[in-house]
Write a protein that binds this ligand. Structure first.
Ligand SMILES: Cc1cc2nc3c(=O)[nH]c(=O)nc-3n(C[C@H](O)[C@H](O)[C@H](O)COP(=O)(O)OP(=O)(O)OC[C@H]3O[C@@H](n4cnc5c(N)ncnc54)[C@H](O)[C@@H]3O)c2cc1C
Length: 405
């Protein structure tokens, strides 16, 4: 083992391996090492996507792809023109890993196992002579006369260039602060909403296919499927709000109100339709005649909340009840009292301030020859394979930038 390398990558996760492999492959004459504090690397890859690793997403237009990044939308547009989803698919295919597309656009290895990705990375790293140093916890980093000194739990190392790929590790953000980097305070992104409300208490598992949600007194808005859970609400309509509202919702300490439009009609149009139903279904009970393609169990809860008894017929309900039902369907208010983790997939908003990074190379604007890749920077995405795509793109561009110098 050396203690001097041309290139040292700190962090043996998705971005770290991808960067190191590409650098070593493109520059066989350079010595490259990964320093990883754990006994093994790629731990998040291992557990990602429920053990299947959602590698990327079948979205092939850069201007559309960036819309999935609450933080990084503007900055990633250029990088995605250099390396994006199609390149990811090709990269893995060229190394024997075939990916498949699921109905919702998420892409996984055909094997349905994250181990396939790990095996690929370990094989490629070995093939290109990347030294992987496990149990190397990096404690500090300094640059003297163009040479980096890296203090680790296993001794000091030196290198010409350093790539930081330590994910959302707070200690490394502290180290970066000592080099003058601004760190945007981390807050959770991608979480579900805790809601205690009689309307949803007894109906976990119910899905409303297409809703609109607003966070009251903010500009936060989303649309899509909504899932009622044992503790509140989840599914894309909620997860998008949690990601795009990560900072604002943290400031509200996760106590806020949401307005749900279950049928995506405005109040007046809904009321008009209810009046027609009152005529057409006069003899039927409101309770048992679910409308607007809503699941029966949800419809029943909204009917009860509108003060309509389970035996009341459409013909018998009055104007106030009709208006109350229209209101429940189109502008139901729910009180959020906290958040829960989504399928253990925690993603952190925050990290190295994007203003301090040159996105043509992912090099620090403050410290020459210091580069970043992956979640360490203030970029994060909604669920669906976009977070890994950020890691692959940054890491690939770093490898190209290093080659150019
Ligand atoms: C349960 C779960 C499931 C997920 N599933 C998906 C998915 O299917 N698709 C998707 O796109 N995204 C998914 N994500 C998000 C995705 O895993 C991350 O965005 C991605 O792993 C970020 O890669 P990274 O290399 O930047 O960081 P990481 O993968 O976190 O790697 C950072 C590495 O750096 C090491 N390190 C940190 N500090 C030091 C130090 N001081 N010295 C040495 N080493 C250090 C860490 O031990 C770690 O190995 C998931 C996240 C979780 C938690």
């Amino acid at each position: 083992m050396n203690n001097t390398y041309n290139i040292i990558v700190i962090g043996g996760g998705a971005a770290g391996f991808f960067a190191a492999i590409n650098i070593a492959e493109q520059n066989p004459d350079l010595s490259v090492a990964i320093l990883e504090k754990g006994k093994t690397g790629l731990q998040k890859v291992k557990i990602s996507g429920g053990g299947r690793c959602n590698v990327t997403h079948a979205e092939f237009i850069p201007s559309e792809l960036v819309k999935n990044y609450p933080r990084g939308e503007k900055e990633l547009l250029g990088p995605f023109h250099t390396f994006m989803t199609g390149d990811t698919i090709a990269w893995f295919e060229e190394r024997g890993v075939e990916l498949k597309i699921e109905d919702d656009g998420r892409m996984f290895p055909v094997s349905n196992s994250s181990q396939t990705i790990i095996d690929c990375f370990l094989y490629e790293a070995k093939k290109h002579d990347v030294d992987i140093l496990y149990n190397y916890n990096v404690k500090s980093l300094s640059n003297n006369d163009g040479v980096f000194s890296i203090e680790t739990s296993e001794g000091n190392l030196k290198s010409d260039k350093v790539i930081i790929a330590t994910g959302s590790n707070p200690k490394m953000w502290q180290v970066l602060k000592t080099l003058g980097h601004k760190i945007i305070e981390p807050v959770p992104s991608l979480f579900t909403f805790d809601i205690k409300d009689s309307r949803i208490k007894d109906i976990p598992g119910v899905v409303a296919k297409d809703v609109e949600i607003k966070v009251v007194n903010t500009n936060l808005y989303s649309e899509g499927p909504l899932l009622i859970t044992h503790v509140g609400m989840s599914a894309p309509a909620i997860l998008k709000l949690s990601a795009f509202g990560a900072v604002e919702l943290a400031e509200l300490d996760y106590n806020f109100k949401i307005e749900v439009n279950f049928i995506r009609l405005d109040f007046e149009s809904c009321l008009e339709q209810l009046k027609i139903l009152k005529q057409e279904l006069a003899k039927k009970t409101v309770f048992n005649s679910a409308q607007f393609e809503l699941p029966k169990r949800l419809w029943k809860q909204l009917v009860i909340a509108s003060h309509i008894n389970d035996n009341e017929r459409w013909a018998d309900i009055n104007k106030d009840q009709l208006e109350a039902l229209a209101s429940q369907l189109t502008q139901a208010i729910f009180e959020v009292t906290g958040k829960s983790t989504f399928k253990e997939e925690f993603v952190t908003a925050g990290g190295v301030d994007l203003k301090d990074i040159n996105f043509k190379t992912y090099e620090s604007k403050l410290v020459p020859h210091l580069y970043f890749a992956g979640e360490v920077i203030n970029v994060d995405a909604i669920t669906g394979g976009f977070n890994f795509q950020n890691a692959w793109t940054g890491a690939y561009i770093v490898s190209k930038a290093i080659q150019l110098k």
